[in-house]
Design a protein around this ligand. Structure first.
Ligand code: ZN
Ligand code: ZN
Length: 263
């Protein structure tokens, strides 16, 4: 059966979604979290289709449209475009995503091959990225000193103090002030984690920042280190291992960062 004629189901596009997710992780961890949540709920909204269009995964658009997951003729959340379709057309034009562009334009002749090609391509890509992911499947880590769970996975929380008082103007109890407490608590064991701020934890999640002290490496730079090994034969030190470190706390950069910074 021709791929173009059959209705794709979610399992056909999950690899493509996964590939986009990997790209987003390196590009922007915040968008990546949002994207992953939506994909996890199989919620293919305008944002998800935006990235499918940007990275030219036509199968995702076809799935969403064929299965009535979304009506692309409804208004776009981006006010510059009259409809979601117009928005996606613009994205695919800007990023030269020809398969998506042709598909949205109803050029079904070429879409047939494009989808097959794209599915093959995504399988290849997936194989490559699985290879890479041995080093690359990075998830930021901050261990709770009390229960040893990674709070970036299990969650952390802060408290906000809201003060109320009677307002004569409104003749009711009203909010007087609101102050967020700077203490961070582990969601797993509920203990307070000392010397940690939400800012530090956000920084640790960003690929630009040191995973230990949270400082922005694009601001403070990177130290290149060569470990010298003593060679008995000629009684000389030879450099055989190179690492990249944070100049502030000496933490080694992880594989995702090395790749991201093209080191
Ligand atoms: Zn804990
Ligand atoms: Zn550091």
């Amino acid at each position: 059966m021709k791929i173009n004629e059959k209705t794709l189901d979610f399992s056909h596009i999950s690899k493509d979604l996964d590939n986009i997710s990997k790209k987003l992780y390196l590009e922007s961890p915040e968008i990546w979290i949002d994207f992953s949540d939506k994909v996890g709920e199989k919620k293919l909204d305008e944002m998800v289709l935006f990235y499918a269009s940007k990275f030219n995964y036509v199968s995702i658009l076809k799935y969403a449209i064929d299965n009535d997951v979304i009506d692309i003729n409804t208004p776009s959340k981006n006010k510059s475009y009259s409809s979601i379709k117009e928005h996606l057309l613009a994205v695919s034009r800007d990023y030269k995503s020809n398969n998506v562009y042709n598909y949205l334009n109803g050029d079904s002749e070429s879409v047939q091959n494009d989808i097959e090609e794209n599915i093959n391509k995504s399988v290849e890509l997936n194989e490559i990225s699985e290879e890479e992911s041995k080093n690359n499947d990075y998830f930021p880590i901050f261990l709770c000193p009390h229960c040893n769970t990674n709070i970036l996975k299990s969650g952390y929380k802060v408290y906000e103090e809201i003060n109320f008082g009677f307002s004569q103007d409104k003749n009711k109890s009203d909010e007087l002030s609101r102050k967020r407490d700077s203490k961070v608590f582990c969601c797993n064991c509920n203990n307070n984690i000392d010397n940690v701020t939400t800012e530090l934890l956000e920084n640790i999640c960003s690929i630009h920042n040191c995973k230990k002290c949270g400082k922005d490496l694009t601001q403070i730079g990177i130290t290149e280190k060569i470990k010298m090994k003593f060679n008995e034969e000629d009684s000389k030190f030879i450099g055989n291992q190179k690492t990249y470190n944070c100049p502030s706390c000496d933490e080694e950069l992880n594989q995702s960062q090395i790749k991201y910074f093209n080191l």
